[in-house]
Design a protein around this ligand. Structure first.
Ligand SMILES: [Zn+2]
Length: 474
């Protein structure tokens, strides 16, 4: 007998969208079948009439229990809080970062993350490895061991992000180190995530605006500018072409970034782009509001034309994933920094991501349901090495399933979210929102009630398909 049948919903699969039934046996999907074909024999039948049935979301970019820059020992929300909120929002898999600080090796960085997550997550999870500054040759020489252990993705920054006094650990990876790292990434068929901004231009603008006494936070787009993103993307892409390395640009924020990615992909390069839910829904004018730093995520919100180009990329294929760069703090912490040197990035993103993308993309702009699944789940699974275990409703895949009710129409309030004491979405009109979440066959959110087990989330080993690292197949 089947454990679970999800009946009567509009089911989104790579083969198409239809009113089908989904069968679950144990933790996996057993079948997607014609209505009624599965019979009535099941441990549980979920009536999904009127619902859109999609794979559980995958948040590819979150900072969980991470040190908050400029706030001493304070950390962003921990796995038990973020994973609970994520499941409420239809996201079943979270990817955060194991940071290889100077003086520790990669196994130590992984052990630190394992200590934070193991037994503490309601959702499934994995970690990108973050490499900082002047990456030692021994670290590059040890990457193959991490890849063999299922850590398939590495993140670097081409900027220190903030001025030296407030940046904390130097982050910027210079072009020479980037070259060596890319050679190794290419050899290993791994994936390189890049926060790309030109550090010379960023630091120059911090100094210039400080001299001119223009340090209010709403000047962030002048520091973390579209031009700086463009210049750095081009440099990164040139080194990627010389070395053959695949690149995933995190938080693309402007039109030129989208264009650079499109050009590289048209040339057959394995280049992928992510943007953020807040970059799609707000622009630099929002910084001018009272406490308008609340909208901020690094690099920065840009112009209205940039915002529209990001939606165009998400809807029409120029960008591959919708992420949030989750960095969940209290309101007090979020608005404490009020200058270009000390504002705090990020939000309670993972919970909002699926609903905002559905409401703003599918309901308001006519994005197809298959494209919705691509940008919220399937593409992240493919690029980060989780496919087809995650990211698809197909026999044999994990039964991670989200039911969205497209008939929900209301204004969002803080009570729609289950983490922290503020949201940037207050008062936004939504059309459609996640209502039921299933993690590996178990209904964990239903009618607002939460039944996931503490520590029920599993660590996920990952391996990037060599095709994804070789050419732009996603
Ligand atoms: Zn980030």
């Amino acid at each position: 007998m089947l454990d679970l049948i999800i009946r009567g919903g509009q089911v989104v699969t790579p083969m198409g969208v239809g009113e089908w039934d989904v069968a679950v046996q144990g933790e996996r999907i057993a079948a997607v079948a014609a209505p009624g074909a599965l019979g009535d024999e099941a441990g549980r039948i979920v009536d999904a009439t009127g619902m859109v049935v999609v794979p559980g979301g995958i948040e590819p970019h979150a900072h969980i229990s991470a040190p908050i820059m400029g706030h001493g020992d304070l950390k962003t929300a921990p796995p038990e809080q973020v994973s609970r909120a994520a499941l409420y929002g239809g996201t079943t898999t979270l990817l955060d970062f194991a940071i290889q600080y100077p003086g520790i090796d990669i196994p130590q960085a992984i052990a630190e993350r394992t200590g934070v997550w193991q037994g503490n997550s309601y959702a499934d999870y994995s970690h990108h490895l973050m490499l900082l500054g002047q990456i030692p040759q021994e670290i590059i020489g040890s990457l193959h061991e991490a890849v063999e252990d299922g850590f398939a993705t590495f993140k670097i920054f081409t900027t220190n992000i903030r001025p030296p006094a407030t940046t904390g650990e130097p982050r910027m990876v210079g072009t020479g180190h980037l070259h060596d790292l890319m050679e190794e990434i290419q050899r290993l068929s791994a994936m390189l995530l890049v926060h790309a901004e030109d550090d010379d231009m960023v630091q120059h603008m911090y100094q210039k605006l400080t001299r001119e006494e223009r340090t209010e936070w709403h000047n962030m787009p002048l520091v973390h500018s579209a031009e700086s993103e463009d210049v750095s993307f081009r440099r990164v892409l040139r080194v990627a072409e010389w070395t053959g390395a695949p690149v995933y640009f995190v938080h693309v924020s402007a039109l030129h970034g989208v264009q650079n990615i499109a050009e590289a992909r048209a040339n057959g390069r394995p280049v992928y782009g992510e943007t953020l839910h807040n970059y799609c829904c707000f622009n630099q004018d929002n910084y001018k509001e009272e406490n308008g730093m609340k909208y901020h995520t690094y690099p920065s919100l840009k112009s209205e034309a940039d915002r529209q180009s990001l939606w165009d990329g998400i809807i029409n294929g120029g960008l591959q994933t919708m992420a949030t760069d989750e960095y969940c703090t209290s309101w007090e912490t979020k608005i404490a920094g009020r200058t270009i040197s000390d504002v705090t990035g990020g939000h309670n993103g993972a919970e909002a991501r699926m609903g905002i993308t559905y409401s703003e993309g599918v309901s308001k702009q006519g994005m197809t349901l298959q494209r919705f699944v691509d940008v919220t789940s399937a593409n992240a699974a493919k690029i980060m090495g989780l496919y087809p275990r995650k990211g698809v409703l197909a026999p044999g895949s994990d039964a991670d399933i989200c039911l969205i009710d497209p008939s929900i129409k209301r204004k969002l309030t803080k009570d729609d979210f289950h983490i922290t004491d503020y949201s940037i979405w207050e008062g936004r009109d939504i059309e459609g929102w996640p209502v039921t979440t299933i993690l590996r066959g178990k209904v964990v959110v239903e009618n607002g009630s939460f039944t996931a087990s503490p520590g029920g989330g599993q660590f996920l080993r990952r391996k990037v398909d060599p095709a994804v690292a070789d050419r732009p197949v996603v």
